[in-house]
Write a protein that binds this ligand. Structure first.
Ligand SMILES: [Zn+2]
Length: 73
């Protein structure tokens, strides 16, 4: 159990969850794969609309999935 009482996280904490304001798609950050994965709620995957140009309710500061590949190799 983590300590309670710190639910009001300040904005400096990187987001671990994002929600599309257009289609309802919800992703959660998976540290294992270092990528966003589709959230599961009540056994349903919050896939939203696959054709949607997702409008995430977080700003782009922590988006590790840019529109073009990163030259890391
Ligand atoms: Zn969307």
């Amino acid at each position: 159990m983590e300590a309670e009482g710190t639910r009001m996280a300040p904005d400096i904490v990187p987001p671990t969850r994002r929600n599309c304001e257009r289609c309802g798609r919800t992703d959660v950050w998976d540290e294992t794969v270092e990528n966003w994965v589709i959230a599961r709620e009540d056994g349903n995957r919050r896939v939203g609309d696959k054709h949607c140009i997702h409008e995430w309710d977080i700003n782009g500061q922590y988006n590790p999935i840019p529109g073009e590949p990163t030259p890391t190799e």
